[in-house]
Ligand binder design. Structure first.
Ligand code: DGJ
Length: 549
């Protein structure tokens, strides 16, 4: 990357003004994670923040000129956060000589649009390989050895057994974090960091270079066996089952403790990748401690072993990652395929905070966003290749942009609620099927609202008998979770409206055709139903108060 004169001055002014700024103003604590109301909150500028994000294509953020053209579209999508790669090769083109002009430019551009950034540190690995390492690293395979497979073939991947690799990556990442602290600790445009990207190697395989082979046949590090023993009851069940099956040994080589099978390769690779990445994270956090996560390629076969890169931060090896990289804040799934709910459940195991850095957008993205936020307490959601959504961003056609606009307005309400306790997302994906769910003292019956479209809604409890519902293409009825004879719950008052600056602004009062779902009053009485409920076509918000007669 070339750093022009103007760019240099912009960077210098940004650095100076923000360094001065941070000296004269009282400062909020750095972005961090906090436990409140039985959930994790991401605190930015002293307040809980719901990250409504999109991730850029891999090469977009390598050019400020290119990015300048994208920002208006990103704004139209109603994002409040952009996930943007920052690569090792561009910030340290020569060893020890750093160039942060691109980082400063991205921060400046985001601030001009009042958006936050999550930087993706493309350092030693990006999707298995090491294409983002600087050329002085790539070309020196003596100093920075590569991974070798079981047939002796070398891959363009730094070996996670390389001491020089971790030190060089750690030094670069530390310099980046030091710089971000200098220019951004006050404003907090950069809210989190992703370290590397979808690491691992061939499914079920391991590094077979001489140093890796030696490690494989040596004692499993005491730190790992101590962690397993200490946390035995809380371990991920599949890992515990494997350790049990091999006799819960605390001494021995990797195959002796975990068995000579592909799962052992995965555990072994996870430890050495996590240990390396944990070192990089520690180096960065020593400079500027903001939340840091790693992301996983989870394969197309819903977490089936061998179908994803070996050693990545998958649920099966969650404990290995936690043991090797204690400073890591969370393990994040990239969810393109499979059962969205199952994957969210796996990635919230043991209180792991949920941030989904890569997923699909569109109407399914809108639906999955409310599921992630309202059912799994996610702190962020981010479709990949967000630029692709821009051309659909305007008008009523973009369900995803509309959903983000709505979520922006109600984010404080979501952030103070607990999934399953006073907040729930529901999805009706089969036409004609009747669904039901329980939220506290209420039963919620729902079905699709129109045509062949999937219906979905976020339901937020606002009072004992009051709910705010954000819905699209769905019909919803409320009744008592424990029905009583001769006591029927119905809609007392329903308003359609909007949230502006945290205040409910009522618009239409919904009655008549808009709330009457059924007129068969005798049949309804026998079923303990009122026949009243809410109906949504296009995405909207309604506030409902219920009563019992
Ligand atoms: C997953 C990777 O993490 C992304 O960086 C990108 O390469 C996508 N795959 C492409 O689909």
């Amino acid at each position: 990357m070339k750093c022009g004169f103007n760019m240099w001055w912009t960077a210098a002014i940004l650095t100076l003004s923000l360094t001065y700024g941070s000296m004269v103003h009282a400062q909020n604590p750095a972005p961090h994670l906090k436990q409140a109301n039985g959930r994790t909150q991401l605190i930015v500028n002293g307040k809980p923040f719901l990250s409504l994000a999109g991730e850029l294509h891999n090469s977009s953020s390598s050019s400020l000129v290119y990015m300048e053209r994208l920002w208006p579209g990103l704004q139209q999508l109603n994002l409040n956060t952009v996930l943007a790669p920052v690569s090792w090769e561009l910030i340290e083109p020569e060893e020890g000589k750093f160039d942060f002009s691109l980082v400063d430019g991205l921060i400046r551009q985001a601030r001009e649009r009042e958006m936050k950034l999550i930087f993706l540190w493309f350092g030693s690995w990006k999707n298995l390989v090491s294409t983002y390492a600087p050329s002085w690293v790539k070309k020196d395979t003596k100093r920075f050895p590569l991974l070798v497979n079981d047939r002796g073939e070398k891959y363009p991947m730094l070996s996670s057994f390389s001491e020089e690799g971790r030190k060089a990556d750690g030094r670069a990442f530390a310099a980046l974090m030091r710089h971000i602290k200098e220019v951004d600790a006050q404003e907090q445009t950069v809210i989190m960091m992703q370290i590397e990207n979808e690491v691992g190697n061939d499914g079920g395989k391991r590094d077979c270079s001489p140093v890796a082979e030696k490690a494989y046949n040596s004692q499993v590090p005491a730190d790992l066996v101590n962690y397993l023993s200490k946390n035995k009851k809380a371990l991920k069940p599949e890992l515990k089952a494997l350790w049990d099956r091999h006799g819960n040994k605390t001494k021995g080589s990797w195959p002796e403790i975990f068995g000579n099978e592909s799962a052992c390769n995965e555990i072994f690779m996870s430890w050495y990748l996590a240990d390396y990445i944990g070192y990089v994270i520690e180096a960065g956090k020593a400079e500027y401690d903001i939340p840091m996560f790693v992301n996983a390629a989870i394969g197309r076969q819903t977490l089936k072993q061998g179908s994803y890169p070996s050693g990545g931060p998958l649920p099966f090896v969650m404990d290995i990652w936690r043991a090797a990289a204690p400073e890591l804040d969370m393990l994040s799934p990239d969810i393109y395929y499979g059962d969205f709910d199952y994957i969210c459940q796996e990635y919230t195991f043991g209180g792991n905070p949920l941030y989904i850095p890569e997923t699909r957008g569109g109407n399914d993205g809108a639906m999955n966003a409310i599921k992630a936020f309202c059912n799994y307490g996610a702190i962020g959601f981010s479709p990949f290749g967000i630029e692709n959504s821009i051309r659909f961003a305007t008008g009523n056609g973009n369900n995803f942009a509309q959903m983000y606009a709505t979520l922006n307005k109600v984010a404080p309400l979501i952030l103070e609620r607990t999934p399953g306790k006073d907040m729930l997302a529901v999805v009706a994906d089969s036409v004609g099927k009747e669904y039901s769910a329980i939220l506290g003292n209420h039963r919620i019956d729902y079905k699709t609202g129109r045509g062949n479209e999937k219906g979905y809604a976020a339901i937020l409890q606002m009072g004992p008998n009051e709910f705010l519902v954000i819905g699209r293409s769905i019909q919803i009825e409320f009744s008592a979770a424990t029905p009583k004879k001769d006591s029927i719950m119905g809609v007392l008052m329903a308003e359609e409206g909007d949230y502006k600056d945290g205040q409910w602004i009522a618009e239409r009062v919904m009655n008549g055709d808009e709330i009457m779902r059924d007129y068969d009053l005798s049949k309804l009485y026998k079923r303990g139903k009122s026949g009243t409920g809410l109906a949504f076509g296009e995405l909207g918000m309604q506030k409902v108060t219920l009563y019992t007669y």
